[in-house]
Structures are given as C-alpha cells and as structure tokens.
Design a protein around this ligand. Structure first.
Ligand SMILES: N[C@@H](CCC[C@H](N)C(=O)O)C(=O)O
Length: 277
C-alpha cells in the first residue's frame, strides 16, 4: 500500500508527518526505524501522526515517535509543524487548535505572521513527573556521569529533560555526555539531555541530545525545559530567546502554575508516497 506523507521541519528538527484520518496504516517499530533512516528511508528525527481525537473537546490526537521507534509524550517543534500540516491539508480551518498528546493536551495558535505559538502547559519539576530517581524536588540535582559529578536541572514538559549549564555550547561534550545522560540509570524512561549556555537573562544558546534520536538541530521541549530551569534558578527572566543550531525560539513563562508559551516557525519541505514494506 502507498502511504502519503509530508516532510516538514521546525528549525531543522525534521519530521515525516502522516494523516491517519483520511488514510489507514499501522506502523510497527521496525518500519518506523527503516523510514527514519537517512540512507535507506525518508530520514527524520521524529514521525508525527495525525489521528481523530478521543475526547469531544479536542480537535485532533497528535502522536509522536522517535527515530528509534519509541512513542513519546511531547514534541515542541513537531507541535508547530502539526498545526501547519492540519491547516495546509484542510483538515481544519481553525487557527487555534486543541490537540491530545500522550503528555497531556496542547493548544496551538497560528499567528498572523505565520509563526506558531504553542501553550506547552506548566513545567513540572517533581522527580516523579519525569521520572527521575531523586529524594526531593530541587532546582539542581547532583548527577554522577562517567565518574564525574554534574549539577542538572530536572524538568518534565510532558517528556523528560535534564538541563546542564555549560560555559560554551560549541565546546560542550554533547557527543560524549549526551548518550550517557540519556541512558543514566536514575532516569528509568531515559531522558533528553540539554546543554545550556546563559548569554544574558533574556538569551541562551542550547544544544540537545534527544532521547531516541541523538543530537538534533533544535528541540522545542528542550528549549522550554532549559528556560524553565533557568528561570527557576534565577538565571533567566521571561521572555527568553533560545538560539539553537537550526534557529531561534521565543519562550515566555511567568512561573509557578502558569502555562509556558513557545513561539517559532514551521516549514513544509516536500510531499511523497511510500510503499510500506
Ligand atoms: N524534538 C522534540 C522532542 C521529541 C521527543 C524527544 N526526543 C523525547 O524522546 O522526549 C521537540 O522539539 O520537543
């Protein structure tokens, strides 16, 4: 069978997007891994799936799979691409879209300048939310990695993030520490590892080694988690511009139980059809 798909990206974090409202398919883990392969498949960081909602208050169900086939709770860059996709495909005409994810509901707003703002919900710091094996909720936790002690912020944006402050993201040991933090035994469901350089209270530089994918050019939930952790530590003040390798995001958060807002672009690259083996 031929499956119609759209290739999209948010700041270079790239996606295969499929509409399972007008098409039928069931993708197994190994099929997702094959499609994600940049030489033998289409190539992407995450697969995004559009489905009908389960709850009548929602417009769509939004499912996310990493390149390794694992299903995850949330994807910030993907959420913006999701909004652009459902509008472009005429699956909705609404410019405020409510979607269910495995990490909770999200609201996506397409602005007049075509940038998309996502209400990402409230960041959660309690270790059980990630989950993270720690006795208490603290702004920073000591974590031993490869015989060295680091201080990390632990944040859930629906999906789990560890945020490590570094002096310079360009020389940060992302390739070495990223995989070790991702699979650290204190994160039983693995974790996304962010490396944050504070430039000023309103500006950071960030690289993220993503769970189930590796380092990407941008990670939306990683940007939200880094800013939330930085604000909580008193290092940052809202709004914050996050410079990622693929471009910039704007993050706003008033703290406590208020929702965190992420604004940025979403781009369509090409469309195609592929036979599922
Ligand atoms: N690229 C994403 C995050 C995708 C999921 C992540 N790798 C996880 O496993 O939680 C983003 O833009 O947020």
């Amino acid at each position: 069978m031929l499956l119609h798909f759209t290739k999209m990206h948010g700041l270079g974090n790239d996606f295969m997007v499929i509409d399972l409202i007008t098409q039928r398919a069931r993708l197994r883990d190994e099929q997702i891994r094959k499609l994600a392969d940049r030489r033998f498949g289409i190539g992407f960081d995450q697969l995004l799936v559009v489905e009908p909602p389960r709850s009548p208050d929602m417009d769509f169900r939004y499912r996310i799979f990493n390149a390794d086939g694992s299903e995850v709770e949330n994807c910030g860059n993907g959420a913006r691409c999701f909004a652009r996709f459902v509008l472009d495909q005429r699956l909705t005409h609404k410019r405020e879209i409510h979607v269910e994810t495995a990490g909770g509901p999200l609201t996506l707003v397409v602005n007049d300048d075509d940038q998309i703002t996502v209400d990402m919900g409230t960041p959660r710091f309690e270790p059980t939310a990630l989950p993270f094996d720690a006795a208490e909720d603290r702004p920073l936790h000591a974590l031993e990695v490869d015989g060295e002690r680091y201080e990390i912020g632990a944040v859930s944006m629906g999906n789990p993030h560890a945020v490590l402050r570094v002096d310079d993201v360009d020389s940060a040991p992302v390739e070495r520490l990223g995989p070790l933090i991702e699979r650290h035994p204190r994160f039983p469901r693995r974790v996304n590892a962010g490396f944050m350089q504070v430039v000023s209270p309103h500006e950071i530089r960030l690289r993220v080694f993503e769970r189930g994918t590796g380092e990407t050019l941008a990670c939306g939930t990683g940007a939200c988690a880094a800013v939330a952790s930085g604000i909580r530590q008193g290092l940052l003040e809202s709004p914050v511009t996050v410079h990622l390798r693929g471009g910039d995001l704007r993050i706003e958060w008033a703290g406590d139980e208020t929702p965190l807002l992420m604004t940025g672009p979403a781009e369509r690259v090409f469309e195609g059809r592929i036979a599922l083996a």
